[in-house]
Design a protein. Structure first.
Length: 250
């Protein structure tokens, strides 16, 4: 999981408050003798800072001067505030990651990796088989489908980068960086929904290579008639042509 900018800031602040705590403890303890025991080393100052920020408070080192007491109060209040903020940020990151997993929403880190990838839209037979082949070749690809159960199955059992999305929702689809895709394959068994999906995808991926899988000759004719500059493959037509050639050779 990539660190968010907010979490990085909190990590920096934690390191900063430790540095201030160690430096302040050493200066006040060594030169002002503000504690009940001398602070003559960085290790002792680091020990007191750690014990104070963790609110353990063993009591072996105690501030005795007003300066040391004020410094300790500021250190505790500031430290607790920063630690609580960091804890909230980490918890939020974990929750958001889980939500992204369950809903199929892509996170910002994954989005940055989407370059020269193959996008499989829909999970009819051809795309299911194609995903298996791409997985075998370690190719970079993602699977998009509105079928929640099937997407979850592909994620959990096969380890695919599969996401739940309405294929006809342009805003939802645009997050998957279609414009940077190497190839886009649409294979959906819902003919009406596929037509809308083709329009959406062509709109958000004007220069990408798009191929639609047509079930019948009529489907192929309809898609070509849309004149979207989309390639069309009809497995049934290819199979029938191949068989006719084989028959003629007999």
């Amino acid at each position: 999981m990539a660190l968010s900018q907010k979490l990085i800031v909190y990590i920096f602040l934690i390191a900063f408050i430790f540095a201030v705590g160690i430096s302040g403890t050493y200066l006040i303890g060594h030169y002002e003798k503000g504690f009940n025991v001398p602070i003559n080393s960085g290790l002792t100052a680091a020990y007191y800072t750690t014990v104070t920020l963790s609110t353990v408070g063993y009591g072996d080192i105690v501030p005795v001067s007003n300066t040391a007491r004020i410094f300790t109060i500021i250190l505790i209040i500031t430290g607790i505030g920063i630690f609580l903020g960091a804890l909230t940020s980490i918890t939020s990151e974990l929750v958001n990651t889980r939500v992204e997993y369950l809903t199929g929403k892509i996170n910002s880190f994954e989005k940055r990796l989407l370059r020269k990838h193959v996008i499989l839209v829909g999970l009819d037979y051809i795309n299911v088989r194609l995903a298996e082949k791409l997985k075998e070749k370690n190719a970079k690809f993602i699977v998009l489908s509105s079928d929640i159960n099937l997407v979850k199955q592909l994620r959990d059992q096969k380890g695919y980068r599969a996401f739940v999305v309405d294929e006809t929702d342009e805003n939802a689809m645009s997050q998957f960086e279609f414009k940077h895709a190497k190839s886009i394959i649409i294979d959906m068994n819902d003919k009406s929904k596929m037509v809308y999906a083709l329009l959406v995808i062509r709109n958000i991926a004007e220069n990408s290579r798009i191929v639609a899988i047509a079930r019948t000759h009529e489907d192929e004719t309809r898609i070509r008639g849309m004149k979207l500059g989309i390639g069309v493959i009809s497995p049934a037509e290819m199979a029938s042509n191949l068989l006719s050639q084989k028959i003629e050779e007999l």
